[in-house]
Design a protein around this ligand. Sequence first.
Ligand SMILES: Nc1nc(=O)n([C@H]2C[C@H](O)[C@@H](COP(=O)(O)O)O2)cc1CO
Ligand SMILES: [Zn+2]
Length: 159
Amino acid sequence: MPKREDYISWDEYFMGVASLAAKRSKDPNTQVGACIVSNDNKILSIGYNGMPLGCNDDEFSWDRDVTADNKYFYIVHSELNAILNYRGGSLEGSKMYVTLFPCNECAKAIIQSGIKEVIYWQDIYKDTREVIASKRMLRTAGVQLTEYIPSGRIVELQM
Ligand SMILES: Nc1nc(=O)n([C@H]2C[C@H](O)[C@@H](COP(=O)(O)O)O2)cc1CO
Ligand SMILES: [Zn+2]
């Protein structure tokens, strides 16, 4: 019997894992997922955006209004969560798949942890100063930025 040919690609697999992780997020507006992968295609860590450990997400604000108490004070971004969730040692030379382009704060953590490539899907905040600064830093530090081009394949999950 010939082997199965319609299996998903590595890019679809890792971006798919990042997208699935995003579905764990309780942010009512934007859900983001990140998946860190070694050079030999092993998943090292996963993260999504949420409140820090021990901070009850029923008690902290999910509001976007920056003139009052708001979620931006508290939320850990998916990329930082994926970096901090890693318990195995060094991330030097790894790649990060992320469903939304990283902000400048996550860019610092990406660079300092030795991640060498960011494969991103959405870039909805590309005109913000944070993302412009992020791209400048990542490029200057030699981190490769690769836009994920969706294949159009629909993967269904029954749960
Ligand atoms: N790259 C990112 N990773 C993330 O995890 N986030 C998180 C922070 C917030 O929880 C949410 C953005 O909320 P909003 O401003 O679109 O309502 O996504 C945001 C960005 C954008 O730079
Ligand atoms: Zn960030």
